[in-house]
Design a protein. Sequence first.
Length: 298
Amino acid sequence: MRWNNYETYIEIVPPKEFSFDECLIYLNRSDLEVLHRIKGDAIYKVIHGVLCSVIWANHCIKVEFLIENPTIIQREKVAQYIWEWFDLAQNLEAFYQLAIQDAVLQPLVEKYYGLRVVGVPDLFEALVWAISGQQINLTFAYTLKKRLIEQFGECVLFEEESFWQFPKVEKIAVLCVEDLKQLQFTTRKAEYIIHIAQEIMNGKLSKEQLLKMQNAEKALTEIRGIGAWTANYVMMRCLHQRTAFPITDVGLHNALKELLNLESKPTINEIEAYAVNWQGWQAYATFYLWRSLYGEKI
DNA sequence: GTCCAGGTAGTTT
DNA sequence: AAACTACATGGA
């Protein structure tokens, strides 16, 4: 991780092939998002309890601290968060080499050059978001997430505005199913989420363990409520695995249908055929396809 | 009113 | 192992 420390801000030095603007477009996709706020070119977000503004300046990601003056330890944690948030540890050269020879990916990498898998560094947040989004439309998923955060999260006030943080695991672990059902979570999702919070609390589930594992997918899918889609979604956005591939994802199917002008959504077999050339970079292929779902048609 | 949505668990062939 | 079904509720 490359970063510089200054009096009132830090700078993260990204690798080659990084477009802050492309990541910004992804982050701007829903008006119901409350974990960050975008104003002009700046992202406002509470990171590890510190309210920050994040902008692109001097070929770096500049992170200014808006309230307190964080310690060096906090600054390093914020830098680490940004590093994961924009998946900056990844060298995209190999992906682009593969993609320019692939009929599906070629137009995408040209258009969205520098886009990275925007991460969800916190495991609990990533899991809750994935479970919330199971089998419902994205707009409603965002509504559920917003309700959960505003009910159980904490917020930082700055210039008369609220900046929310995702609820702490310990707070969700002690809830009962009814508490989440009141927010319109289904019984099943309420059960899954509370159980997962408890598993994290008792140490049976952690990001550190999953990162060390050979087969994180198996460990994840052994947990009730986590199927292949959710496991791969989390492996992609939280564990930074390039080969994670939520192949049953409806968004992926719609993106392929639109991009390739198909009559109907492709079958799993058809997607596997497209993906033979994506070996090692399935997560990036998926993310670039998702990106094509908003903004003008290619 | 209809169809479908960033699926999963549980049951039945 | 593969196919079917209940779940649940909002958005378009």
